[in-house]
Design a protein around this ligand. Structure first.
Ligand code: PMP
Length: 355
């Protein structure tokens, strides 16, 4: 740290992204990426667009905004496209939280919420998940803070029906409720239709997971026109050209290939169910994820041992050190072959540890 860093940032603990190791032949199941390549249409479009990189991209991101609006069934002025969904989440913290309007989110959830709060010197409360790692929605009703709920939640993968979340939106009419749907395409149901009824709901989604575009950085937010205007004010005050030309073109390409996306999501769901079932048969507790990852712990072998045993076998999963979840590992759902290799490794680890 230099002696110039603002006092306000001295205690900031930045977000730690999952490891991106350069180890050969590694099976990488640690950052919830898609195991499938991007759509060929996305690649072709981005390649073509590379020839125009001397020109700034469209700051309004007009065509892509219109296409996303059509995809999710809203008007174009109810959508804002961002550089990954991390950017729209950051915008939401900037727009709707300050020292008087604090934030509320679960104690176990996407780690970036806490970082955004700390970055903006925003007071926040972390509401504990229940013993079964579920979000207790009752505790959010009438709380008078800007609420952030990941649905499905991360890293548990547990999904809540939109009708239940609606009760929280209804019970906090004077606060914004942000529903982060990064993983909703893997068997969940979106809260987006509720934006027609509630002016305090912002839903965020991403192209990183279901659309195999984590490397392109493309996300979006959906809310009533006034909320989108607020968030545009932040965008034009920070990064007006937030979507680069190649990403914009790739986004249009993948949207023209919706069958490919749907087929990949279906395969991920099948592989998830297959792996969750096999893990249960091996004695694991699994949370019953509706995301593209599985959250599992074994009653007799520690989370750390399993993580290390997998790593020794060139399989990388995500292990968190937080006390409540340190016995678990989060395993990204990959191809059937990858999941079979993972299960073989798990069997070998259990054999070794339980002999
Ligand atoms: N929300 C959740 C719950 C996530 O796990 C992630 C991925 N790390 C994001 C948002 C952000 O994803 P991206 O910026 O790639 O859209």
């Amino acid at each position: 740290m230099s002696r110039f860093l603002s006092d306000r940032l001295k205690a900031l603990e930045p977000y730690t992204p999952g490891e991106q190791p350069q180890i050969l032949n590694l099976i990488k199941l640690n950052t919830n990426e898609s195991p499938f390549p991007p759509s060929e249409k996305a690649v072709a479009n981005a390649t073509c667009e590379a020839e125009k990189l001397q020109l700034y991209p469209d700051p309004e991101c007009k065509k892509l905004t219109e296409e996303i609006a059509e995809l999710v069934g809203v008007a174009a002025d109810e959508v804002l496209v961002t550089n990954g969904s991390d950017e729209i989440l950051n915008f939401a913290f900037m727009a709707y939280c300050d020292t008087e309007n604090g934030a509320a989110f679960p104690d176990i959830t996407y780690g970036f919420y806490k970082v955004f709060a700390q970055l903006g010197s925003i007071p926040y409360i972390e509401i504990p998940l229940t013993d079964s790692l579920e979000i207790n929605l009752e505790e959010y009703k009438g709380i008078g803070k800007t609420i952030f709920i990941a649905n499905p939640n991360a890293p548990t993968g547990i999904f809540i029906e939109p009708e239940e979340i609606e009760e929280v939106i209804k019970a906090n009419p004077d606060s914004v409720v942000v529903v982060d749907e990064a993983y909703v395409d893997f068997g969940g149901r979106s809260c987006i239709p509720l934006i027609k009824k509630y002016d305090n709901l912002l839903v965020t989604q991403t192209f990183s997971k279901s659309r195999s575009m984590a490397g392109a950085r493309l996300g979006f937010g959906v809310g009533c026109k006034a909320l989108i205007q607020d968030l545009n004010t932040i965008k034009y005050s920070t990064n007006p050209y937030n979507i680069n030309r190649m990403t914009m073109a790739a986004g249009l390409g993948v949207l023209a290939d919706e069958e490919y996306t749907q087929a990949n999501c279906k395969t991920v769901c099948e592989n998830r169910e297959y792996t969750q079932k096999a893990l249960k048969e091996l004695g694991f507790d699994v949370t019953g994820s509706k995301a593209n990852f599985i959250f599992a712990k074994h009653p007799s072998v520690s989370g750390e041992k399993i993580y290390q045993g997998l790593r020794d076998r060139k399989i990388l999963v995500r292990h968190f050190s937080a006390e409540r979840i340190c016995e678990y590992n989060r395993i990204t759902v990959g191809t059937k072959n990858q999941m079979d290799a993972f299960l073989d490794a798990i069997r070998a680890i259990l054999k070794e540890e339980l002999k």
